[in-house]
Ligand binder design. Structure first.
Ligand code: ASP
Length: 315
């Protein structure tokens, strides 16, 4: 039976929708189904930014989606990155697991080929008018309005990704979920369009197992949002899970990660939010380097209500 589900605040409508459909006695095999339903709901909602239909394009005005899934029992993982034209991107890694696909990660054209051949819905870049306008303004500011209709002709490296300008390309958010059942099993899932106006082909932490997500049965699950580069450099999700495996509580594991890993990054490296679902199904969520309050969403089988709760501001 699904015992608890944790998500970041952007996922709240998806979690509400998916948990409302749970039968009175949800089966133990249903964690991935539940997370997939919650994720598809937000992926298809154009009002939810930074993911699926509401996502942000890369520097050329094209959507590139990333997603990862992990099952804690036998550390089965599937992930896709830099995939265009697939809004319900989380359905690809879920399908890779269901098919026992021999590869853990597919990117770009290969992932799009998998989507087509496996019968997933593909559609041309689904940019909302708001995201299209924001991209046009961003692009025109760097390359002039004459280049907007032929963005592939510009030199992005010197025109938009010089050290001074690249600092303006910051990931804003993503959608992450983790679940556990009453037998101590854990699953984790991520979905994002990545950093707004990123360099084409840029991968953040969301499709990288051990960085943006990790799950281990009997131990817990960890999910990261915001600046994925920081989670990759510090192997954030796997590190925190390992601290919990050797006995730390979720909060102590996050504090140790900050002390032993995050604080070794140069000052003002950027923002990160750590979402931890502990052994007992209790959540601990904390923000690093974010001045404004951050919230997350949480459901458990006792209350059967999706609550929005404040995260701890750890740094
Ligand atoms: N972590 C994601 C990335 O770096 C996006 C985000 O959460 O802001 O692509």
């Amino acid at each position: 039976m699904v015992k608890a589900v944790l998500g970041n605040a952007l996922g709240i409508t998806g979690l509400r929708d998916a948990t409302a459909q749970l039968p009175a006695e949800p089966s133990s095999g249903g964690m991935l189904d539940l997370l997939g339903r919650a994720m598809r709901k937000v992926e298809n909602d154009p009002t939810v930014p930074w993911v699926g239909r509401g996502g942000a394009p890369n520097a050329l005005g094209e959507m590139e989606f990333d997603s990862g899934v992990m099952i804690g029992r036998d550390m089965r993982v599937a992930a896709v990155g830099s995939v265009r034209n697939v809004v319900e991107i989380s359905s690809l890694p879920v399908d890779m697991l269901a098919r026992n696909f021999p590869h853990v990660m597919l990117v770009g054209d290969g992932a799009e080929r998998f989507a087509r051949e496996a019968g997933h819905r593909t559609e041309p870049d689904a940019l909302t008018p708001t995201m299209r306008e924001q991209w046009r303004a961003w692009f025109t500011g760097r390359f002039g309005s004459h280049a907007v209709d032929r963005p592939h002709g510009v030199d992005l490296v010197t025109g938009a990704f010089s050290p001074q300008r690249a600092a303006q390309v910051q990931p804003k958010d993503t959608v992450v979920f983790a679940a556990c059942d009453d037998e101590g099993r854990f699953a984790a899932m991520t979905s994002t369009s990545g950093a707004q106006h990123k360099f084409p082909g840029r991968l953040g932490d969301s499709p990288i197992c051990g960085a943006g997500f990790f799950a281990l049965d009997g131990v817990g699950a960890v999910l990261c949002t915001h600046k994925g580069e920081l989670a990759i450099r510090t192997a954030a999700a796997a590190t925190i899970c390992t601290y919990m495996e050797i006995g730390e509580s979720p909060e102590d594991a996050c504090r140790r990660y900050v002390r032993d890993r995050f604080s070794k990054l140069p000052p003002n490296s950027g923002e990160l939010v750590l979402h931890v679902l502990g052994r007992d199904g209790d959540p601990f969520v904390c923000s690093l380097g974010i001045p404004k309050p951050v919230t997350y969403c949480y459901w458990n089988v006792t209350t059967k209500v999706v609550e929005e709760r404040p995260a701890v501001q750890l740094l």
